[in-house]
Design a protein around this ligand. Sequence first.
Ligand code: AMP
Ligand code: FE
Ligand code: FE
Ligand code: ZN
Length: 285
Amino acid sequence: MRIDLHTHSTASDGTDTPAELVRNAAASGLDVVALTDHDTTRGHAEAAAALPSGVTLVPGAELSCQVGGVSMHMLAYLFDPEEPELLRERELVRDDRVPRAHAMIAKLADLGVPVTWEQVKRIAGDGSVGRPHIASALVELGVVATVSDAFTEEWLADGGRAYAPKHELDPFDAIRLVKGAGGVTVFAHPAAATRGHTVPDEVIAELAAAGLDGIEADHMDHDEATRARLHAMAADLGVLATGSSDYHGSRKTCVLGEHTTDPGVYEELARRATGAAPVPGHATA
Ligand code: AMP
Ligand code: FE
Ligand code: FE
Ligand code: ZN
């Protein structure tokens, strides 16, 4: 069983449509794939409709959070997408992404970079707009060579010259809301230091005490030693440890299934969740 619990489609900042993503998951030999777009579930229906036989879809989302001034991401799975409180929070974050993108575009203009909202909007399509779309615009303009190169102090990294903050959830609220909607939570890439400051271990322990189900240990942004440390931390805290690719199509270098989750861990997450069921693949005409 090959299980990848963290991927992005064109519903947020990935480059595969949800249908392409699940077909690529099948072609990559995955048995289970979670679709976890930033702050949105709008890719789920298309992914479910296109799901090839032999692949199971885990509906999810990656919620933008912040604690103690540090931005962090919370993966949420198998929650009821209609539950009104969590739905409202997703909408608040998603809606605030638009004025926030305008603010970053204005900062770039001040820095002499002629990126426009029209360009960013064309790149983002109807996906929830984020820094990777602006980064792609900077690549188009020849300002940087790759999307990753735009995530520096000079440009779009947290606190960078052209960075603007967005509304983000308190992760303790996120855990409570996701649980209230019947879902489970996993702290995404908790030690990804390349993305800026990380959440202190004491706070991770508090999140575990507040009902966090797991931490994402195996991830491209964690080196070997960090992965081992996070597996030990999960065991210590009595939470699950997952692994996943954080696939973004061509917007990142990682491939589907680059890291995977142990079947027993996946089964335990699915057993705890009551808000939605994993979707089994079906033969498509
Ligand atoms: P936003 O949600 O708009 O603040 O953008 C955050 C997203 O930017 C993350 O989910 C990643 O997809 C992407 N990102 C963050 N850091 C990097 C990086 N160093 N290189 C490439 N993409 C990054
Ligand atoms: Fe992303
Ligand atoms: Fe993330
Ligand atoms: Zn992600």
